[in-house]
Design a protein around this ligand. Structure first.
Ligand code: ZN
Length: 114
């Protein structure tokens, strides 16, 4: 997963494929780093899919109380979302530290061409 880190905004965020390397907030140059999705992130998605599956159970089979499956589905979707958010914030932190290392390892360049 590609992340962009903007030094002037001090923000790390997910880079979409069509975006240029500049910051979407201030249009300054950004560092792009590749961060691996962590386990928590995948776990969150798995739980969410499980939740969606649970909601669909009463559609395909006759169950005594369909509303229970709906409740389970909502709870799992919520828990999954929390895990995905935890995973994402962890990845954003990784992106920040990786970008900082990348910036530190690069030659300091002075460009006063404005
Ligand atoms: Zn910025």
């Amino acid at each position: 997963m590609k992340y962009k880190y903007c030094q002037s905004c001090e923000k790390a965020y997910i880079k979409s494929r069509l975006e240029k390397d500049n910051c979407i907030y201030c249009n300054e140059h950004c560092e792009t780093v590749d961060v691996k999705r962590n386990g928590v992130y995948y776990y969150g998605y798995a739980v969410m899919i499980l939740g969606a599956g649970s909601v669909l159970v009463p559609r395909f089979t006759v169950v005594p109380d369909p509303s229970i499956y709906l409740v389970i589905g909502i709870v799992l979707a919520f828990v999954g979302t929390v895990f995905v958010m935890m995973g994402s914030s962890k990845m954003a932190k990784t992106a920040v530290s990786e970008a900082a290392e990348k910036i530190a390892s690069e030659e300091p360049e002075v460009d006063d061409d404005y």
